[in-house]
Design a protein around this ligand. Structure first.
Ligand code: UDP
Length: 455
C-alpha cells in the first residue's frame, strides 16, 4: 500500500483565482485526497473572517498561509516581490509538513499558472506539478502565442500591438482587437506592460515546466482553442461543493438575505447584476447604471461592493426609495445560488471567466460590460460565437448610458434565440461534468494518475 496523495494547492492571490482553485480543492477532498490550501496571509485573513465558525469546523481541507509581508491587495508590489520571497516561504512550508508527519508527505503541487513562485519551488523540490488556468482556453492560447507574435512583429516587446488589424488564432475563435488582449488595461499603458512582462511571459514558462495543464473550462465550449493546446485538460465548470451549505472561497461574507428575496419574485423575472471582485466605475457611470436598472421596471438584484465606485458609494437622489419594492442591493451575493434560482432571468456581468462559467451552468443569458484583461474577448465569445449575450456600446464619451442599458436589457429578456442558446450551453456544461462527460473523464483521470503515482 502506498501513501494517500497530499496535494498543496496554491492560488494567485485574487478572488477570481482563489475561488476556482478552492472548488477544485473540495473536489479532490471529496475523492479522498488530502489537500492543504496555501494562501498569502492577507488573503487568508479575509477568507477566515468571511467564514462562519460552524463552517470552519467542517471544512474538508486545511487552510494555511505564508506571510508575504504585504498589507492588503497591492498586486503590483506583490508581483514585484513574489519571485524573490515566495519560493523560499513555500519550500519551508512544504519541508515543515514533510518533517512533521512522515505519512503525510507532500506528493503534488497544483498552482495557478501565474504563481511562478509555487511552480518554481515544486520543481526545485522534485514534486509533481499541475498548473491550473483560471481563465478560458482561448485566452491561454493567446498568451502562449505571445512570444511568436513578438517575433512576427505583431506586438512589441511590451505586448503593445504594432498594427491595427485584429489578431486571429483560428477562424472559429473571435479575433483579438487592439484593446482586447489578455493584458489590456484601458487607459493604463504602464499596467498593460507590467501585466505582460510579469504574468503573460511567466505563464508561458510555467506551462512548459508543469506535468499537467488543468483549465476551468470544458472541451465542448472551446473545441478550437483546446485543439491549439494538445496537452490541455479541461475539467470545468468547477462548482462549489454544497455539502457545507456555503462556500469557503469568498473574501467577503455572503449576504444570503437575497435568496429569500429571490423566493418572493416571479419565475425568470430578476436581472442579476454582479460585476465581480474588482470592477469599479466613476460616479457618473454608477448613476447611469442605477437609473438604467430602474428604468427596465423589472426586479433586480444588484451587487454593489463598498469599493465599486471610486469614492463612497452614493445612489442617485431618491433611487433607493423608488426601487425599494423591486430592487435588492447587497455587498456580496452567494452568486452561484443566485444564478441558479428560478427567479433569475439574466446576468448583467463584467464577463469575468468564473462568472461566465457560473452563468452558463445555469443557462442564463448575459448583458456584457467588460472592464479589463480577458473580459473583452470573453464578451466576444459570448456575443459572437456562443450567441448567449448582448454587448453594451458606450457613447462618444465612453459612458454606457441608462438608455443603452434599458434598451439592451429589454432586448435580451425578450430574445428567444439567445434564451435557447443559453439553455443548450447549460445542457452541454452539465453533460461535460456528469459521469462519462469530457470534464468528468479528465478530472477522474488526473485524480487516478495522482493516486497511482503514489502507490
Ligand atoms: N462572486 C460572488 N459574489 C458576488 C460577486 C462575485 O460569489 O457578489 C464570485 C463569483 O461567483 C466568482 C468570483 O466571485 O466566482 C468572481 O470571479 P470572476 O472571474 O467572475 O471575476 P473577477 O472577480 O476575477 O473580476
Amino acid at each position: 500500500m502506498g501513501r494517500k496523495p497530499h496535494v498543496i494547492v496554491v492560488p494567485y492571490p485574487a478572488q477570481g483565482h482563489v475561488a476556482p482553485l478552492m472548488k477544485l480543492a473540495y473536489n479532490l477532498a471529496d475523492h479522498g485526497i488530502k489537500v492543504t490550501f496555501v494562501n498569502t496571509e492577507s488573503i487568508h485573513v479575509k477568507l477566515m473572517s468571511a467564514m462562519s465558525e460552524k463552517f470552519k469546523e467542517g471544512i474538508p481541507i486545511s487552510l494555511v498561509s505564508v506571510p508575504e509581508g504585504l498589507d492588503g491587495e497591492d498586486t503590483r508590489a506583490f508581483l514585484e516581490r513574489a519571485p524573490s520571497s515566495m519560493p523560499l516561504l513555500l519550500q519551508n512550508l512544504i519541508e515543515n509538513i514533510n518533517e512533521s508527519n512522515i505519512d503525510d508527505q507532500v506528493t503534488h503541487v497544483i498552482a495557478d499558472v501565474t504563481a511562478e513562485w509555487a511552480l518554481e519551488a515544486a520543481k526545485k523540490m522534485g514534486i509533481e506539478l499541475a498548473a491550473f488556468v483560471p481563465c478560458g482556453v482561448a485566452t491561454l492560447a493567446f498568451v502562449l502565442h505571445a512570444h511568436r507574435l513578438t517575433e512576427a512583429g505583431i506586438i512589441d516587446d511590451y505586448g503593445v500591438p504594432m498594427k491595427d488589424e485584429p489578431i486571429s488564432l483560428s477562424n472559429s475563435i473571435p479575433a483579438w482587437k487592439k484593446n482586447e488582449l489578455a493584458w489590456s488595461f484601458p487607459g493604463n499603458p504602464e499596467s498593460e506592460k507590467f501585466l505582460f512582462l510579469n504574468s503573460v511571459l511567466t505563464a508561458t514558462e510555467n506551462v512548459k515546466i508543469s506535468d499537467w495543464l488543468l483549465v476551468n473550462s470544458f472541451y465542448e465550449l472551446e473545441p478550437s482553442a483546446c485543439d491549439l493546446i494538445p496537452n490541455i485538460l479541461p475539467i470545468g465548470p468547477l462548482f462549489a461543493s454544497d455539502h457545507l451549505g456555503t462556500f469557503a472561497g469568498n473574501f467577503c461574507a455572503e449576504d444570503s438575505t437575497c435568496l429569500n428575496w429571490l423566493d418572493q419574485q416571479p419565475p425568470r423575472s430578476v436581472i442579476y447584476a454582479g460585476f465581480g471582485s474588482t470592477r469599479a466605475c466613476d460616479q457618473q457611470q454608477f448613476n447611469e447604471l442605477a437609473l438604467g436598472l430602474e428604468m427596465v421596471g423589472q426586479p433586480f438584484l444588484w451587487v454593489v461592493r463598498s469599493n465599486f465606485t471610486n469614492g463612497i458609494v452614493e445612489f442617485p437622489d431618491g433611487f433607493l426609495e423608488r426601487v425599494e419594492k423591486h430592487g435588492k442591493i447587497v455587498e456580496w451575493a452567494p452568486q452561484e445560488k443566485a444564478l441558479a434560482h428560478p427567479s433569475t432571468a439574466c446576468f448583467f456581468s463584467h464577463c469575468g471567466w468564473n462568472s461566465i462559467l457560473e452563468g452558463i451552468s445555469q443557462g442564463v443569458p448575459f448583458l456584457c460590460w467588460p472592464y479589463f484583461a480577458d473580459q473583452f474577448h470573453n464578451r466576444n465569445y459570448m456575443c459572437e460565437t456562443w450567441k448567449i449575450g448582448l454587448e453594451l456600446i458606450p457613447d462618444e464619451n465612453g459612458i454606457v448610458t441608462r438608455h443603452e442599458i434599458k434598451t439592451k436589457l429589454e432586448k435580451l429578456l425578450s430574445d428567444k434565440d439567445i434564451e435557447a442558446n443559453s439553455l443548450k450551453l447549460k445542457e452541454m456544461a452539465g453533460k461535460s461534468t456528469s459521469e462519462g462527460g469530457s470534464s468528468f473523464n479528465n478530472l477522474t483521470s488526473f485524480i487516478e494518475q495522482m493516486k497511482q503515482q503514489d502507490v
